[in-house]
Every structure is written in C-alpha cells, then in structure tokens.
Design a protein around this ligand. Structure first.
Ligand code: F6P
Length: 324
C-alpha cells in the first residue's frame, strides 16, 4: 500500500477533524502518500482529490465540522456513479481508503469494496452513537454536552414559570443522545424510538408527579414513534384541558452537530484514525476501527450496518428511577 485517501461522509460530527488529522499524520509517519477527498462520495465521483501534508491538518483538532466537507451522495448509490468514483481513484493511484461516517457511509463503502476491491477501513463518525462495533461514536459526547447545556438553561426558565417543556434532541433512529441527556439533565421523562411510550403514558406520568414538582422536562428523541416534540406536546396538552398548566417546546436541532469537540471526541477521533491507517497497512479491510472496552476492535462493515446497538437497560431504568 502506497497511497491512501480519507473522506468524511453523511452528517458531520465534532471530532471528525481530529480523525482526519490522525489519518493524515499516521499515514505520513508510515511513509504513505495521503490524499483527501472533498465532499465524501460526491467528491470521489468528481475527482475532488488532493495530496495532504502534515501541515494541511494543522490547527483543526479543536474545530467542529469537517475540513473535508460532507455530503449525502445520491449518485454514488448507482453503479455508474461508483464506477466513475473508481476511475478517479485509479487515476490518482489510490490503493486504500479511510471512510469517516455512519451507517450510510459504511453501506456505501461495503458495496464499493465488494465491487472494486480497494481496501477500506471506516471510522465511526456520527453524533447518534448508533453504530454497532464501538462503544461510542465520534461526536456523540460533544453533542450530549451541547444538548445538556441547553437543557440546564431551559430548566431554569421552566422552573421560574412552572412550565412543562418538551425538548427535542437529534437521533433519527436512536435514543442515545436523549437518554444520556435525560439522565444528565434530570428529565422527568425520556421518549426514545427503542421503547414504546404512548401519549397516555406521558399524561399519566406527568399527572402522577409529586406536588412539589411544579415544572418538568420531557426529552424527546426526534425519531420517537409518537412524533416530534411539537406533535407530542400538542397531544399531551389536549389531555390537560381546564388545568392551569403551561406547555412549551424547544427543538435543539443542528446546534448539537457543531462546536469544538470535547476531549473524549478528540481522543476517540484520533485513536480511530490511527487504527484505521494501521489496520489498512496490516491488511484489514471492509471493516470499521471502533473502540470497545477501551481497546481497538475491527468490526466488519456488514455487522456495523446490520446489527443494532440497543440502549442500555440500566440507563433506561436509571432515568426512570431518578425522576420520581
Ligand atoms: O445522523 C446524524 C443526524 O444528525 C441525525 O441525528 C439527524 O436525524 C440527521 O443527521 C439530520 O441530517 P441532516 O443534517 O442531513 O438534516
């Protein structure tokens, strides 16, 4: 292996830059030529590829977003698109790839590897923490802390006005952000896609709270089966008719995707980036370099994308128990 390329794809996440920096510098350390591909798979198709030096990744470790930009490519979903991408990589002599992203990124990487055989190792970059094969994903810790800071602030105003707040956090198919924010932020209730909580359950819980609780926080993962926080709030509110209760909604949205990465995300990104390059050098491919129990583990893409990572039962119980 002589020339490798790195790209970021799907939703950006804080710590991706730390990962890119580690890939570039680990590659150079091992005497590889390292290239960057801008805009993920789209950039691969368009040949948006350039050689990186050690200084190309200076001063990015502490920055959110991704200097390589990101995109969700529809063309790469087609065989023609992937063929074009392969031709571009061939033109540059790329013989190894590091893909930083989530399950969509790894689904593309797996198909591409099976079709064209360029060795590829992934790094888990998504705020959702929904990837099998790693305890945490790059960006999750920062996103939780960002959301938590917002929840603390909302709690102040909720308490001042005796209001019930429904706060929506990200997590399309996963309640990881919601449950950790719920525990850390002392939420009265957390609604996640992994468990069923009906409107009736929400109403019952809120009505059953001890009298000394005059305000409440309900954290809702955006992918909850009852809908988004705004829908849920309206349905719950209609069950409180005639009662002197005020309801409010806050959707935290993309604020959770930005910001300077926490130490955890910088270190996870750096470890995963180094492991991906050293994995490629040692013959690993079609797999992701994750961290399980503080050890680097290479998990086949197939498992990363097909196996689910269930929420910890203990976390669900802890949140419920502490909200009485
Ligand atoms: O996958 C990460 C994520 O932030 C999800 O939590 C969210 O549903 C989605 O990306 C939003 O994607 P976009 O930025 O493309 O709207």
């Amino acid at each position: 292996m002589k020339k490798i390329a790195v790209f970021t794809s799907g939703g950006d996440s804080p710590g991706m830059n730390a990962c890119v920096r580690a890939v570039v510098r680990t590659g150079i350390y091992h005497n590889l030529d390292v290239y960057s591909i801008m805009y993920g798979y789209d950039g691969m198709i368009k040949g948006n590829i350039k050689k990186m030096q050690s200084h190309s990744v200076s001063n990015i470790l502490q920055r959110g977003g991704t200097i390589l930009k990101s995109a969700r490519s529809t063309e790469f979903r087609t065989k023609e698109g992937r063929q074009k991408a392969f031709e571009e990589l061939k033109k540059h002599g790329i013989d190894g790839l590091v893909a930083v992203g989530g399950d969509g990124t790894f689904t593309g990487a797996k198909i591409f590897y099976e079709e064209f055989g360029i060795p590829t190792v992934g790094c888990p970059g998504t705020i959702d923490n929904d990837i099998f094969g790693t305890d945490y994903t790059i960006g999750f810790d920062t996103a939780v802390n960002t959301a938590l800071e917002a929840i603390d602030k909302i709690r102040d105003t909720a308490a001042a006005h005796d209001r019930i707040f429904f706060i929506e956090v990200m997590g399309r198919d996963s309640g990881y952000i919601a449950i950790e924010c719920g525990i850390g932020g002392g939420a009265e209730l957390v609604m996640v896609p992994e468990t069923t909580t009906t409107i009736h359950d929400v109403v019952k819980s809120l009505k059953g709270l001890r009298k000394s609780k005059t305000s409440s926080i309900v954290v809702v993962a955006e992918g909850d089966e009852e809908g988004g926080a705004a829908d849920i709030m309206e349905k719950v509110k209609s069950e409180f008719k005639g009662e002197d209760k005020e309801f409010k909604v806050t959707t935290l949205g993309h604020i959770q995707r930005g910001g300077s990465p926490t130490a955890k995300d910088r270190i996870l990104g750096s470890r995963s980036g180094m492991a991906a390059v050293e994995g490629l050098i040692n013959g690993k491919s079609n797999c992701m370099a994750g961290i399980i129990n503080d050890q680097v583990v290479y998990t086949p893409f197939e498992e990363c994308i097909t196996k689910s990572k269930p929420l910890k039962e203990e976390y669900l119980r802890l949140q419920e128990l502490l909200s009485i």
